[in-house]
Design a protein around this ligand. Structure first.
Ligand code: ARG
Length: 468
């Protein structure tokens, strides 16, 4: 059957066959194996084993010599794996038993002592946490790179005027820099979510053993210290069974992808001929095999599309956990593929975005033209009337009539003469034209969080401080 690799390595001695009277069915062996995907945990598995062996030596369960041989053996195995000379065996089920079996092959009896006071249940939970901790750090670094790219772009385009939209209809003029800073804020919260999630990831399951703890005089604080964990897990049953930290990570990843998907949607719209607001660099686009004129925004489209699988992975993990009794169940082996896929997708999406955003070309004329053509300063005219004593609801009505007139005559508000405008309200004077310009409109929104270029520049300065 496709997808399941039946072992060709018959006769490998599994470490748990003592109580069995027949060998594992060949397909069951392939069906239950995880080594095909969990071998990517090898570095963290070895890291965990090194710390466990050192702790066992510290408390006198292993001799110093045994520990030394184990450490040397594990380091050699890590080298073999890195050089691609390690032979992974499906019959040895997973990354843990593959490495342990090889260790015993290499160093003999001492290799068989490594698993003292430990179970694969606390081992795998530890491996995933160590692995995820590193991945969170890598994701955070990419997020920072993208945020810096957005800040630089916002700085470059702090005074560039574009139409702001609600309902995808032209609403009010905004600055492009302000729009980039909106994206920045979303990513700021994503970064904070990963940092918060990391605190709960960085707790050590080792010592929980299978589920109840172990009868050896282990020193969990010491192992935790060696591995850079903040603390050992408080409860052994909880430590081996829950995967809420992976779910939490996936939720943070889903929110991040949702944000990148929204950004993508805008980049796709903006780069269309109809909008013409931006040009994506050619090296981030592809052509059509039939339509010679095409330049397709594949990168944002793919990021938007990949958002689905990350959210799907979150659902998979939630459903994986929802009916599991304490403590460990083999169900948990299913945590890895969704988690790995989410990590790969998020890292890829962030990398391509961080590479692409600095190369974005902004078509300022087209943006300004679009901002001018949708009566985007109508609210400014209403505010002007209010400042001249008209109640806001009445002002709204007056401006609505002026817009109606503009639609009929094909004129924007700023293109009407003073006499034309005065048909709608006698309080209108020459000064109205200052507020009807795009520049006047954005400059007027001059408060914290507003779109005025001066406020955008101030927000960028604060953002650079907040990122430190
Ligand atoms: N491959 C297993 C997993 O990913 C390791 C733990 C197996 N434990 C067990 N008792 N079968 O969860």
């Amino acid at each position: 059957m496709a997808g399941y690799k039946v072992a060709s390595d018959k006769g490998i001695n599994k470490p748990w066959t003592g109580r069995f009277t027949e060998t594992t069915d060949a397909f069951v062996e392939a069906f239950t194996a995880s080594v095909g995907f969990d071998k990517r945990l090898y570095r963290h598995d070895i890291m965990g084993s090194l710390a466990h062996a050192r702790m066992l030596a510290k408390v006198g369960v292993l001799t110093a010599e045994e520990c030394q041989v184990i450490v040397g053996g594990l380091q050699a195995i890590e080298q073999d794996i890195e050089h691609g000379t390690f032979e992974w065996q499906v019959s040895l089920e997973d990354v843990h038993m593959n490495i342990e079996a090889r260790l015993t092959e290499r160093i003999g009896i001492a290799g068989k002592k490594l698993h003292t006071g430990r179970s694969r249940n606390d081992q795998v939970a530890t491996d995933i946490r160590l692995y995820l901790r590193d991945e969170i750090d890598a994701i955070t670094a990419e997020l920072t790179r993208l945020q810096v790219a957005l800040l630089d772009l916002a700085e470059r385009e702090a005074g560039t005027i574009m139409p702001g939209f609600t309902h995808l209809q032209v609403a009010q003029p905004v600055t492009f820099g302000h729009h980039m800073m909106a994206w920045f804020e979303m990513l700021m919260r994503d970064t904070a979510r990963f940092a918060d999630c990391r605190k709960r990831v960085n707790i050590m399951p080792l010592g929980a053993a299978a589920l109840a703890g172990t009868s050896y005089p282990i020193d969990r604080a010491y192992t935790a210290h060696l591995l850079g964990f903040d603390a050992p897990a408080e409860n052994s049953l909880d430590a081996v069974s829950d995967r809420d930290f992976a779910i939490e990570f996936s939720a943070a990843a889903s929110l991040l992808m949702m944000h990148l998907s929204r950004c993508s949607e805008e980049l796709i719209l903006w780069s269309s001929t109809q909008f013409g607001f931006i040009d994506l660099p050619d090296r981030f686009c592809t052509g059509s095999s039939i339509m010679p004129q095409k330049k397709n925004p594949d990168v944002p489209e793919l990021v938007r599309g990949k958002t689905g699988r990350v959210t799907g992975n979150l659902m998979a993990l939630l459903m994986l956990m929802k009916a599991q009794p304490l403590a460990y169940n083999k169900d948990n082996q299913e945590d890895k593929e969704p988690l790995f896929d989410t990590i790969d997708t998020v890292r890829g999406s962030l990398k391509v975005y961080a590479d692409m955003m600095p190369a974005l070309q902004v078509r300022r004329d087209n943006m300004a033209h679009a901002a001018r053509s949708g009566f985007s300063t109508a609210t400014d005219l209403a505010d002007y009337l209010v400042r001249h004593g008209v109640a806001f609801r009445d002002a709204h009505e007056v401006v609505g009539k002026a817009v109606r007139y503009g639609v009929d005559t094909g004129k924007d508000l700023a293109q009407m003469t003073l006499d034309e405008l005065r048909q709608f309200s006698s309080v209108i004077e020459q000064g109205v034209f200052d507020v009807l310009t795009l520049e006047g409109s954005v400059a007027a929104r001059n408060h914290l969080g507003g779109t005025a270029p001066a406020q955008v520049c101030a927000a960028i300065q604060r953002a650079r401080q907040r990122m430190k």
